[in-house]
Design a protein around this ligand. Structure first.
Ligand SMILES: [Zn+2]
Length: 215
């Protein structure tokens, strides 16, 4: 079922950079001449610059309209159950909400550093809306959760699920990596209250309210 993706890590990045800059300017946001990686330099390693990416947001909007809600399968637990996305020790290299020159002004997810190839599991059941190259997020899996939230798993080295798949809590989604804008291998986990960029909420709080301690 799984398939490897040769990441077009550099391909098209110039165009995307231009689009990102254009988007930032249009949105009235600040953009430093040092480029979007600048704010990540202060972090140790394995953190990220998953940021507004026009191509990703457009693909997600299109897919979200096309992929219907699936009846949730929960082979590893009841549908309302939640779980950690990693089953080995990880290090938090960038917390949610740290300020920086992201388009939204802060880090929109949490970065969990693990070696490349570490299995990544679904924190909650849902429907895979997008499972493909996602620009700044690299190879990413985006899951629509039954409560209307969206979970984005970014920078994967390998994607093990396909668009439209029904997944249960704890299903393997792929393997961690450093694809897209990343300084090293880590999982960028982002929870959005709605589909669009900027509706992100604190994944630690979200999971804590569902009985899972992320950090
Ligand atoms: Zn991140």
């Amino acid at each position: 079922m799984g398939y490897d993706i040769e990441s077009p890590r550099q391909a098209g990045s110039t165009r995307r950079d231009v689009l990102s800059i254009a988007a930032a300017v249009l949105a009235g946001g600040a953009f430093t001449a040092a480029g979007p990686m600048a704010h990540a330099v202060a972090e140790p390693d394995g953190c990220c610059d998953a940021d507004f990416d026009e191509d990703f947001e457009a693909a997600l909007a299109e897919a979200d309209a096309e992929v219907p809600d699936a009846r949730v399968l929960a082979p590893e637990g009841p549908p309302r159950q939640f779980a950690l996305p990693l089953r080995r020790r990880y290090r938090v290299t960038a917390r949610y909400g740290v300020r920086g020159d992201w388009l939204g002004g802060h880090h929109t997810g949490i970065d969990l550093a693990v070696p490349k190839g570490t299995p990544v599991y679904a924190v909650g059941a849902g429907t895979v809306v997008l499972a493909r190259w996602s620009g700044a997020y690299g190879n990413a899996v985006t899951v629509r959760l039954p409560d209307g939230h969206y979970a984005v798993y970014g920078h994967l080295s390998h994607i093990a699920v396909r668009q439209g798949a029904r997944i249960g809590t704890g299903n393997r989604l792929g393997n961690s990596g450093a694809t897209g804008r990343a300084t090293g291998p880590h999982l960028h986990l982002e929870i959005r209250a709605r589909r669009g960029y900027g509706s992100d909420i604190n994944p630690v709080t979200y999971l804590a309210r569902r009985g899972v301690r992320l950090q």
